[in-house]
Design a protein around this ligand. Sequence first.
Ligand code: PMP
Length: 407
Amino acid sequence: MSIDASLRERAARVVPGGMYGHLNAALHGPGYPQFFVGGQGCRQLDADGREYIDLMCSWGPVVLGHRHPAVEAAVTAQLAAGDCLNGPGPVYVELAELMVETVPQADWVMFSKNGTDATTQALMVARAATGRTKVLMAHGSYHGADPWCTPSPSGTTPSERADLIEYTYNDLASAEEAAARAEGDVAAIIVTPFKHDSFEDQELAAPEFARGLRALADRIGAALVIDDVRGGWRLHLGGSWETLGVRPDLYAFSKAMANGHPIAAVTGVDALRGPAQTIYSTGSFWFNAAPMAAAKATIETLRDIDGVALIERAGTRLREGLAAQAASHGFVVNQTGPVQIPWLSFEGDTTLDKGMFWASACLREGVYLHPWHNWFLSAAHTDADIDRALLGTDAAFARLREEFGAD
Ligand code: PMP
């Protein structure tokens, strides 16, 4: 029995279902390992010692590569000095200053731990500011795992979602209609910087949609909240909609902000500083200093090496390589989303049979990507690493052709 299988068996005895949530490998397809033991740069090692070129980056957090020396040195030094103390360390102020300097929208920042903390906290600030109840969100958008936003209703009550009114991503008219339905009671419009729902091709935000949401929020006196938990720090260091010239009232960040260390943040505009002071929002580990030191080192490094450009270069090389391979093997594929956070689907593959087969074949070739969730690239992916990944994807296309024939 493999080490992975034996760990799964033991886990199943002591954890409900063995594993819960999005990291449950049973959801990812045949052959996906559940347990990992190491990571270095853009490579990860599973519990049975198989090494992969990592095109998931731990589902987003790892943006500079695993065990980046500057980040790990900052964490080690902070751990040696003290991490979980009676109050935050000076690094709390240093990181807040760095974020206010880096994100043009930000006049202030509040820290927490996970993306869900940040989206929930942003909505609390919006409600405190407006005294209103409803939130407009795009149908199918993922904003976290709390009862108000979890995609699965099990364990929640309908009332916990009752204040959400859905619109359609990139359809401004639907957002206007959703606002009209709320009859003056909209506290916030929440939106992701691009449409990245699982199981679906991604969609970039149309500039007129982004500008239109900003104008709608202003007109009805609601806060515009960008959930940049997934997109943040890969598309633009100043917040992802800097690329469109649209600034929200509140940004929610997490995932990539500390290269894998646990921290999240909400940044806000001056007008919301007062309301932000009134909400009660805290956690036992929210003020730990080591993840703050990691975030400071990550943001400084991304800035100093122009990390976004490096990730974009890797993503472009991957996209072009995959396009050429798919065509040469006779497949019609859709490559969607920004190149830094890409996804590939097979045309007409509604059952995901081809996508699952191809992803599993990539895995066997030492390339870790995903059949129904977008992938993430990092600044550690060199041209040689992408070329190594492309060797694996090419072999996987060949196997797919043997199994399914060309399109
Ligand atoms: N918002 C978005 C857009 C996300 O992608 C995620 C995580 N996948 C979250 C919120 C929730 O973040 P977390 O899992 O850290 O709570």
